[in-house]
Design a protein around this ligand. Structure first.
Ligand SMILES: [Zn+2]
Length: 251
């Protein structure tokens, strides 16, 4: 398991909760003893253009620090996807998050759609033909859904449930569906935790989700799987939740 991380992700690039001081530190501290860290480079403009329109990219460029950190986050997702495709499970410990970034607009602390950019690159380069994007963040990833609406090669799935059991059951059903995929990409948001905004999942549930994703990938796509960070805002539990997920997801 490789953790893709760049020290620039510590930067407080804006004033939203995803960019808050101490957020990445809490996760790094929980992971650094047990996982190997790898530094990504920034995504290139042509990588962004596979998902986003020119005017959206220009608009983000207007805020230079946000643009630079956004390119680095997208580059981190690309490296996570390529590492997974080459046979090593990986996790993009990146920010800003991406799943509320649509081709021509963004909101919800997101600028560029990291996971969509990574999957589009794999598909454009002929590496993967099909992908499943599983998004277990508290919030629906409208940006990812919009990017792949009408796509026959990429399925986006956001489980729902009124309680913990029904949520996990919905997620498990998605992984066991008959749809084709060459890789499982996971938008891993931890804001559904019982001590975060969603108030639903326990820390051990993230281990179970990771394990189910691992098992599905071993059955369906030679184990090819990766995750990227989306939401998760309670710094006192975020580190152990990410760690629990990675322990389930790794071999
Ligand atoms: Zn969220």
């Amino acid at each position: 398991m490789k953790v893709i991380f760049h020290p620039r992700f510590y930067e407080v690039y804006t004033s939203d909760p995803a960019a808050a001081a101490g957020r990445m530190e809490s996760i790094v501290k929980a992971l650094e003893k047990d996982f190997e860290f790898v530094e990504p480079g920034p995504a290139l403009e042509r990588d962004l253009e596979r998902v986003h329109g020119r005017s959206h990219i220009q608009q983000v460029k207007g805020d230079r620090p946000v643009y630079e950190i956004g390119c680095l986050a997208a580059g981190g997702a690309i490296l996570a996807a390529e590492t997974a495709f080459n046979g090593q499970t990986s996790f993009g410990l990146i920010r800003p998050p991406g799943h509320h970034a649509s081709p021509h607009s963004c909101w919800g602390f997101c600028y560029f759609n990291n996971i969509a950019i990574a999957i589009k690159k794999l598909i454009t380069e002929g590496k993967a033909k099909n992908a499943l994007i599983l998004d277990f963040d508290l919030h629906f990833g409208d940006g990812t859904s919009n990017t792949f609406s009408g796509s026959t090669s990429v399925s986006y799935f956001h489980p729902e449930g009124i309680n913990r059991e029904s949520f996990l059951e919905d997620l498990r059903r998605c992984l066991q569906s008959e749809r084709l995929y060459d890789i499982i990409a996971i938008s891993a948001g931890f804001d559904r935790h019982e001590e975060d905004w969603g108030g639903l999942l326990k820390t051990e549930d993230y281990f179970i989700i990771g394990k189910w994703a691992k098992e599905a990938s071993l059955q369906r796509c030679q184990g090819k799987r990766f995750g990227v960070l989306e939401g998760g805002y309670n710094h006192s539990v975020l580190g152990r939740n990410v760690r629990s997920f990675l322990q389930g997801l790794s071999d």
